[in-house]
Design a protein around this ligand. Structure first.
Ligand code: F6R
Length: 366
């Protein structure tokens, strides 16, 4: 069942071009974004929404955080994202014109289910589930659903579920944007093209595995690591830190790079590797100056970037470069290297990659 792979996690990381291709198949075949992708009567539900509230846990929550940047930029409506176990226990102010989006790989996470029930009790009836398991509890309790087609995910640490959630959320964003008249034919064609190219770009990122593996010996003896990103790549830094702590048991934290000076810089020394997600986008210059702040304190930098970013390796600065910049879908592509890094560091430390201690695949208790 594992084929050429050593662990399910590694297999599932490598399945991502296929998983993403399958998840976007309906959109690509349709040749357009459309409400019908989300179920019957979806247009009625989505047409007049005034905002989006995303609820999820763990990695699925980070998918939601990423989507927030897309929803506000492309669809032009407010989007908030909250951890399900927090939302369900606070006095939230309901706005029935908001779309409640739950994200759950398993569809059975208790806190996410309870957050959905709570939202409904507050008067929300526009509900949409992004889920990987057909007919599980959360999609059954939701009006609309988009199934990711990652296939069964066996490794406890979520990988292909995350990137397929992201393409589902991007599809939702473009669909809302179109219904709101914010996506003209040219814009739609260009976003469809980005999606169509994505499996190939993910494959290019997977091909970086030997280079990433070569970094793992530098992380394996360390006790702490810091992950930095800005904008839409900040949630990818969070996801990278979560993967590393889950499977290698190295304490890892993520910060938006602009926050360095406000505290975490005090931690930086040669014992604290700093991973930076630094694609060639509008924030690159800012990220570069954050990198200099780290170097000035003796921190070792491990930078994931893409073509044309105009910086190379130097003392204390290790760089892995993906061959393409994939525009608005860049956070999806940049997920691959952080997954592979966590996997190879865990291998180097000899941990049980597919079944990390203390964790369960499906969290059906509080
Ligand atoms: C991390 C991980 C967890 C899950 C979280 C939510 O690798 O797998 O953080 O993402 O438990 O699970 P689902 O998406 O099934 O609701």
């Amino acid at each position: 069942e594992l084929g050429p792979y050593r662990h399910f996690m590694q297999k599932e990381i490598h399945e991502q071009p296929r998983a993403i291709g399958d998840t976007i198949e309906a959109v690509i075949d349709n040749g357009a974004f459309g409400a019908e992708l989300f179920g019957k009567n979806a247009e009625e539900v989505l047409r007049d929404i005034e905002g989006v509230q995303i609820l999820a846990c763990g990695t699925s929550y980070y998918a939601g955080m990423t989507a927030r940047y897309w929803v506000e930029q492309i669809a032009g409506i407010p989007c908030t994202v909250e951890i399900a176990s927090e939302y369900r226990y606070r006095a939230a102010v309901a706005n029935p014109k908001q779309l409640i989006v739950t994200i759950s790989q398993s569809g059975e996470t208790l806190d996410t289910m309870e957050a959905l029930k709570y939202a409904k009790s507050l008067g929300h009836d526009k509900t949409l589930s992004i889920c990987n398991v057909p007919e599980s509890a959360i999609p059954r309790a939701s009006k609309l659903v988009y199934y990711t087609r990652a296939g069964a995910e066996i490794g406890v640490a979520s990988t292909k579920a995350f990137t397929t959630q992201l393409v589902a959320l991007f599809t939702l964003t473009c669909t809302i944007a179109k219904l709101r008249g914010r996506l003209d034919a040219e814009g739609e064609a260009s976003y469809l093209d980005c999606l169509r190219q994505l499996p190939g770009s993910i494959q290019h990122a997977l091909n970086l595995e030997p280079q990433i593996k070569a970094w793992s010996d530098k992380f394996a003896p360390k006790n702490h690591a810091l992950f930095l990103g800005r904008g839409v790549h900040y949630p990818i830094a969070l996801e990278g830190a979560l993967k590393l702590k889950e499977i290698s048991y190295i304490h890892a934290e993520a910060y938006p790079a602009g926050e360095l000076k406000h505290g975490p810089l005090a931690l930086v020394d040669e014992q604290m590797p700093v991973v930076v997600i630094a694609p060639n986008d509008a924030l690159l210059e800012k990220v570069k100056s954050n990198m200099q702040e780290v170097r000035a304190r003796g921190g070792q930098l491990f930078v994931f970037t893409d073509e044309d970013s105009q910086f190379g390796e130097s003392e204390g600065v290790h760089v892995i470069r993906a061959p393409r910049h994939v525009g608005v879908l860049s956070p999806i592509m940049h997920t691959i290297p952080v997954q592979l890094l966590a996997y190879h560091v865990a291998l180097a430390r000899g941990t049980d990659v597919d079944k990390p201690r203390n964790l369960a695949k499906s969290v059906t208790v509080e």
